[in-house]
Write a new protein. Structure first.
Length: 62
């Protein structure tokens, strides 16, 4: 399962994700809305905080 992290997480939070069995974690911060829409289709999960806006268009591309 591939997970995209689009914002800064604490080292501990990122360590928990990367230690999870079966997860591949990619961290790509600062994505534009267009870049997020293009990238999201390759992932099974998305981790955001408050800066990344998950729009209808992003969900439709997931």
């Amino acid at each position: 399962m591939k997970v995209l992290v689009t914002e800064k997480l604490s080292d501990r939070g990122l360590a928990i994700l990367t230690a999870a069995s079966g997860l591949t974690v990619d961290v790509k911060t600062g994505l534009s809305p267009e870049a997020l829409q293009e990238a999201i289709g390759a992932y099974d999960g998305l981790v955001v905080r408050s800066a990344t806006k998950v729009t209808k268009a992003v969900i439709e591309r997931a």
